[in-house]
Design a protein around this ligand. Structure first.
Ligand SMILES: [Zn+2]
Length: 319
């Protein structure tokens, strides 16, 4: 039986409690479902970017709805990893230290709050997980098309299992990532097969988007054998892999006007969006560098130098 902070996990029970952040007075809400039957430990985290609310709501609802009697193994939900941002509608960062928690791994026991949260997640949760699903979305200023990241920096067998988890979501697009300092990417480096799901954004969501998000997660849990296959829901017919992703940032402060939106396909050379100054003078023209698809775009009109504008992927059909 795994141990999370001071919580007492019991077979056939759903338990909830607060996980104390190392060397800080912040506590994080955790709900765990311990199945009656043997099986893996699956970690599911949400709210690493606190205003990506659809991931938090997916975790809150699924963690209540899944029946411990029907689960093989244990599912540990960290419902909100960055509550300060969730309760203040703060995009991307942990308000206390202004850092991106998903760039703070591996954490530090005596670092700033982001580093302490990362340390706690790593030592209390990653360390006990056999598999890991991290729930994200476009932030308050972004929209994403539904897609799933899997780690491209880890042992071969960990990458392969992660790729299969990504496939099991049934989502249309998967992206192999070269990131190393995110929660899921660092967990993979530590040996835990992991994925990161992106769906929705803009600080809100519809019931339909939420149901789709829950379906993504349930599909993976079913593939892992944690819930019975009969609970697995319909999948997209095929999945494409992004072999090359380009993330374009703004070169100057100005007004961003995206021409192609998340989920839209484009051809090499197509205009994807522009940044203008206040007078209407173009400062930056973004063109497609390949035939591809828009993974996500910034929806905020006002941008600063260095802010993300648009992320594009080059695809090849796999199956
Ligand atoms: Zn995020």
């Amino acid at each position: 039986m795994i141990q999370i902070g001071t919580m007492k996990l019991e077979c056939g029970k759903q338990v909830q409690g607060m996980l104390h952040v190392e060397n800080h007075d912040l506590e994080l809400p955790v709900r765990a479902i311990c199945g009656c039957k043997e099986g893996p430990v699956v970690l599911i985290t949400a709210g690493i970017h606190g205003a990506e609310y659809i991931g938090i709501q997916t975790a809150r609802e699924l963690s209540k709805e899944l029946d411990p009697e029907k689960i093989s193994g244990t599912i540990v939900f960290l419902l909100v990893a960055n509550p300060q941002a969730a309760f203040t509608y703060t995009r991307l960062l942990v308000p206390e230290d202004g850092k991106n928690l998903n760039r703070a791994f591996p954490g530090k026991k005596d670092g700033s709050l982001s580093e302490k949260i990362a340390y706690t997640i790593e030592h209390e949760l990653h360390s006990q997980a056999d598999y890991y699903i991290d729930l994200h979305a476009g932030d308050t200023h972004e929209q994403v098309m539904p897609f799933v990241y899997y780690p491209g920096v880890a042992k071969e067998e960990v990458m392969e299992k992660s790729r299969k988890m990504a496939e099991a979501t049934g989502m249309e697009i998967r992206v192999k990532s070269s990131a190393t300092t995110g929660s899921y990417s660092y967990a993979a480096i530590e040996g835990v097969p992991s994925i990161l799901i992106e769906r929705g954004g803009g600080g809100s969501f519809t019931r339909e988007q939420l149901d789709s998000y829950k379906r993504d997660v349930v599909n993976v849990l079913s593939w892992l054998g944690v819930i019975s296959a009969s609970q697995e829901t319909e999948k997209e017919s095929s999945q494409e892999e992004i072999i090359n992703a380009i993330y374009t940032d703004s070169l100057a402060e100005g007004f961003w006007n995206p021409v192609k939106l998340s989920g839209e396909r484009f051809l090499k050379g197509d205009l994807l969006g522009t940044v203008e100054d206040v007078w209407g003078t173009p400062l930056q023209l973004c063109h497609g560098e390949f035939d591809g698809i828009v993974l996500y775009e910034t929806t905020a009109m006002g941008v600063r130098e260095g802010d993300s504008l648009i992320a594009c992927g080059e695809c090849r059909q796999l199956s």
